[in-house]
Design a protein. Sequence first.
Length: 170
Amino acid sequence: MNNSAKNIYKEEKRKKIKQELDIKRLPCAVGISESKFFENVGGIIRTINAFLLQEIVLDEKVYNKYACAGADKWENIIIQKDIISYFKKNNYTLIALEQHEKSIPLWDFKFPLKSAIIMGHEVQGMTDEMLNQCDFTIEIPQYGLVESLNVSTATSIALYEYSRQHRACL
Ligand SMILES: C[S@@+](CC[C@H](N)C(=O)[O-])C[C@H]1O[C@@H](n2cnc3c(N)ncnc32)[C@H](O)[C@@H]1O
């Protein structure tokens, strides 16, 4: 088999595996429009693969293939300038994961099945404009001296909880 035939075979195999994964996906998504470190977005894509979510929606400036350690080839990565409009058009309930005075503690929150979880920037957090467009704001309670979690860590905790609530119901 020459190299081009090998590549076609590999791509066919990848598509087949991905189709099998697609059947088991939960109807949940993550959205990121601002990020300082590609490694954090790469870590989030790996977590999305672990919990098998529907998709991740990113502004093109936050996505770097090489920071994903290969996890991106199994995932539905949608590149969109306006992530909020994308989620609204696709009938997701928008959930800002952010520390805010109006936030609901994560353990009091029942995730709607079709949830889009929106993450903030590592330094600035989420803009008020974005927060105001979300249906809910939720936060992970913290008790130590460090004021916030790494964005990838925060996403993992929220997705674990979403998955705990919904995976068992499928
Ligand atoms: C490092 S934090 C941003 C901190 C930023 N300096 C601020 O004051 O908003 C990056 C992102 O991770 C998420 N995050 C971190 N800790 C969180 C928590 N305890 N609850 C909810 N979201 C959290 C939020 O999306 C936040 O915008």
